[in-house]
Ligand binder design. Structure first.
Ligand SMILES: Cc1cc2nc3c(=O)[nH]c(=O)nc-3n(C[C@H](O)[C@H](O)[C@H](O)COP(=O)(O)OP(=O)(O)OC[C@H]3O[C@@H](n4cnc5c(N)ncnc54)[C@H](O)[C@@H]3O)c2cc1C
Length: 222
């Protein structure tokens, strides 16, 4: 059964090759993949791909850092002791990996009057990619909470090197009217930020977009 499912999954996956791996601080590594099929992909900032890891038996999700032609760049951490972290720690040029095409509805609201970015270290990957996709004139607030900062893609966001997402958002001096909030990282911390924005600041539900990346004890979140 496992073999059947694995072979089915591989029929809809793209095979890519790792062409570069660059350490970017802490356990973070930037992994550059190439495949001719990437040239036909259309991605929006905030989307992700799923990598087939752990001898092809597990899928783990990674936000797209950049995509251009046949090249796709991801940023992976080795925070956990699972197949995704092990793959990220061991990736080197020449390694092949199968992956899904870009997916996910997490992304910018271009009509928002202003934008709020809140996330932890894994959340920083899609949030900084989304931040970079905004025009220079956009009104932006935010905070990234992580033990180590990772280099941005153009414009950065303020980093707090410890604390909780909820404390970080509470400490911000935000405009009175709601904007669009993008919250990414550990599931419960993200939901606490959404609840704060809705209950204490009166934001409409649709104005807060959440991407849960991980939570203690749960393996391979989608
Ligand atoms: C939409 C989405 C986008 C994502 N984007 C990225 C990305 O760009 N870069 C990236 O590195 N990861 C990203 N992730 C997380 C990634 O998919 C994996 O969950 C992560 O790499 C851990 O995988 P694993 O197989 O090592 O551990 P798993 O088997 O998935 O988890 C094992 C346990 O490790 C712990 N754990 C998992 N993640 C963390 C963490 N971050 N910090 C502390 N403990 C943890 C939990 O207790 C979990 O139960 C994303 C996840 C989602 C859903």
């Amino acid at each position: 059964m496992v073999n059947m499912l694995t072979s089915l999954a591989h029929r809809v996956l793209t095979s890519a090759e790792v062409v570069a791996v660059t350490p970017i601080g802490g356990s973070a590594r930037e992994v550059t993949l190439t495949a001719p099929e990437f040239g036909a992909w259309r991605c929006t900032a905030g989307q992700s791909v799923r990598l087939s890891v752990g001898n092809g038996l597990s899928l783990r999700t990674y936000s797209i850092w950049t995509h251009s032609g046949a090249t796709l760049v991801l940023r992976g951490f080795s925070h956990a002791d699972g197949p995704g972290s092990r793959w990220m720690a061991a990736a080197e040029p020449g390694v092949r990996v199968a992956l899904t095409s870009p997916r996910g509805v997490f992304g910018l609201d271009p009509a928002a009057p202003w934008h709020l970015f809140i996330g932890d270290q894994t959340g920083a990957v899609p949030l900084l990619a989304m931040r970079a996709a905004l025009p220079g004139s956009a009104r932006v607030h935010g905070a990234l909470v992580a033990a180590d900062r990772i280099p941005p893609l153009g414009a950065d966001l303020p980093w707090c090197l410890d604390g909780r997402l909820l404390d970080a958002v509470r400490s911000l001096d935000l405009p009175d009217e709601p904007g669009a909030a993008y919250v990414a990282g550990e599931q419960k911390a993200c939901l606490a930020v959404r609840q704060y924005l809705r209950d204490e600041r009166g934001w409409p539900r649709r104005s807060v977009r959440v991407s849960a990346h991980w939570t203690p004890g749960k393996r391979g979140m989608e």
